[in-house]
Design a protein around this ligand. Structure first.
Ligand code: HEC
Ligand code: HEC
Length: 518
């Protein structure tokens, strides 16, 4: 908790201390520092490392000690690298972390131009018009071509009649299956046209909203999230949990269904929840609910979405261009690739928003039932086949660090602490355990959803885990802790988890809170 307060105080001090300088500053990297972007300052073409996926097989021993994430440190001479930076550098060698500065200058310029055409500039942001995307992708032309094709095939099938010989029956079957797959193709394209035609209104990305959101964002958020949403504002370096880099298109605290193919996106209400409540003192994302009116908040959400869509378009296309196994994208193909990528990303946002996780009603109503659920949840938690303990040893009291999808370091949560990043509301916890936490290594547990038999008995394993988690995290609250321990004798003692490795324990390098520890 103190860490959070310190982070905010430091962030405010940075703003206050830097303000006079910033207003007159004309430094070369003014993009990161300036609060009001000069007229039509373009979004810079990305030049920082691209993490293709969360590094696997290597586990960092600590959070970065002095506020310098390993990925930043890699830009310095190797003598000053932390062991974590050296581990990440091995990922560069095997190609899962790549350097976009290697892309040809002309190619990068072309990328900047097309992205600006679609998304505007830092001072004048906008979203590409849906009708324009449909037009550029020639979706209507593609539909008519497929329709024509389908009609020809249909006519051929009719001419063939019912077919007498085995051969004729076979060709009729072939024709019918071709007609069906053409119909599927037409259906898919029509759905895409529908989504693209409506996305600006459905996701509230109208130009005025995006622009008004930008103004607030530039004042309140860039100190941590940076002007392009890269999570690289000045204040970021001071924090152990880095501000979100939206350009990866990954968000953690979301309630959309994991069955959405591709990287599922947050709904507007998920983003609103994070911005309104912050991350509940468990990490440095402040609570803005009292600062903004709902109208302002809604516009900021639109701008966050804009930054994420712009950034992810750039990220995905660069990633393909840097993949030695993928086909090269020539400067002339680049425009089409960027437009296709944007269309795919905005479609994912729409589909995710339309597909919330179905949260089954909690079968445990009374306190007594909730207690029993917590006891069952405890058994699930320590069950090695489920594996919670592998990542949350000693219920999270033992530090474990992971590289995340951004190449930064995440600590598994200490579940005995009272705060949660993504809220301790039961239905939010349900969504997090059911669907996992994207980008963080915490997997989804959709397979624990109740079977018909369990449902009939009023048992839902996800709810059991939710109740267990809530009881454990209430550890600072003597009464519920005692009730749970005395009544059901759950062994939550330190000895219940694996022991610390000898020697250089992570705890020595990570300033950790001690409140509520038993
Ligand atoms: C003091 C630094 C700080 C400031 C200021 C700040 N944030 Fe954050 N923000 C963070 C951190 C740190 C995280 C990552 C939290 C985590 O993963 O636990 C974050 C995460 C987020 C996320 C991602 C949530 C998710 O589900 O992944 C959004 C969206 C966000 N912030 C929006 C904003 C907006 C909008 C503003 C300005 C109104 C803002 N933030 C200001 C530090 C900050
Ligand atoms: C592969 C590792 C891994 C496994 C397995 C795992 N977790 Fe996690 N869990 C994490 C990480 C990493 C975080 C921290 C995410 C963050 O703060 O961004 C986390 C965070 C959490 C949180 C806190 C979310 C918040 O809002 O702060 C809860 C609750 C949680 N895990 C419960 C569970 C339960 C219950 C299980 C087993 C069913 C489980 N975890 C299994 C890695 C794991």
């Amino acid at each position: 908790m103190t860490g959070r307060i310190v982070a905010v105080i430091v962030a405010l001090a940075v703003i206050a201390g830097a303000l006079p300088f910033l207003l007159i500053s004309n430094t070369p990297d003014k993009v990161v520092h300036s609060f009001v972007a000069p007229k039509d300052e373009p979004y810079p073409v990305r030049s920082d490392w691209l993490v293709i996926h969360a590094p696997t097989g290597v586990q960092p021993k600590a959070a970065y000690p002095s506020g310098f994430p390993p990925l930043y440190v890699m830009n310095r001479p190797s003598e000053s690298w932390t062991p974590e930076a050296a581990m990440l550098h091995r990922q560069v060698e095997n190609g899962t972390i790549v350097d976009p500065r290697k892309l040809d200058a002309k190619w990068r310029d072309e990328m900047g131009k097309v992205i600006q055409e679609m998304f505007g500039t830092l001072s004048n942001p906008r979203m590409p018009d849906g009708a324009w995307l449909i037009d550029q992708l020639k979706l209507r032309e593609k539909v008519s071509a497929l329709r024509k094709d389908r009609d020809v095939k249909k006519a051929q099938a009719i001419a063939l009649g019912k077919g007498k010989s085995a051969d004729e029956r076979q060709s009729l079957e072939d024709l019918e299956s071709e007609v069906n797959s053409l119909a599927d193709g037409i259906g898919g394209l029509e759905r895409q046209i529908g989504i693209l035609g409506a996305y600006v209104g459905e996701l509230r990305l109208e130009p005025e909203w995006v622009k008004e959101g930008r103004n607030r964002f530039q004042t309140f958020c860039i100190i941590c999230h940076g002007p392009t949403g890269a999570g690289n504002g000045e204040g970021a370096r001071l924090q152990l949990t880095l501000p979100r880099d939206y350009r990866q298109g990954i968000f953690k605290f979301i309630t959309t269904d994991p069955s959405v193919e591709g990287k599922r996106k947050p709904s507007r209400s998920d983003l609103r929840h994070t911005i309104f409540y912050g991350t509940d003192e468990a990490s440095p994302m402040p609570q803005f609910g009292r600062i903004f009116t709902d109208d302002e908040l809604q516009r900021i959400i639109s701008y966050v979405m804009h930054l994420s869509m712009r950034g992810e378009t750039e990220f995905e296309v660069m990633k393909r261009a840097l993949d030695p196994r993928a086909e090269a994208i020539s400067p002339t193909e680049l425009r089409q690739a960027l437009i296709e990528q944007t269309a795919a990303i905005v479609s994912l946002w729409v589909i995710s928003a339309r597909t919330p996780i179905v949260i089954e009603p909690d079968p445990n109503v009374t306190d007594e039932q909730k207690l029993s659920a917590a006891v069952r949840g405890h058994e699930l938690f320590i069950n090695p086949r489920i594996g919670c303990m592998e990542c949350h040893p000693r219920y999270g009291r033992q530090d474990l660090f992971w590289f995340d999808s951004w190449g930064s370091i995440v600590r598994t949560r200490d579940l005995t602490e009272p705060e949660f990043c993504g809220s301790n509301k039961p239905e939010k916890l349900y969504a997090r355990i059911y669907a996992g936490i994207l980008g963080s290594n915490m997997p989804a547990y959709t397979h624990l959803r109740p079977t018909a038999e369990e449902r009939a008995k009023g048992i839902n394993k996800i709810w059991d885990l939710v109740h267990f988690t809530r009881f454990v995290s209430d550890s600072s609250d003597e009464e519920s802790w005692q009730t749970l321990r005395d009544k059901r004798q759950l062994d939550l003692s330190v000895e219940a988890g694996p022991v610390d490795p000898p020697g250089d324990t992570p705890d020595q390098r990570h300033p950790k809170r001690t409140k509520g520890k038993k």
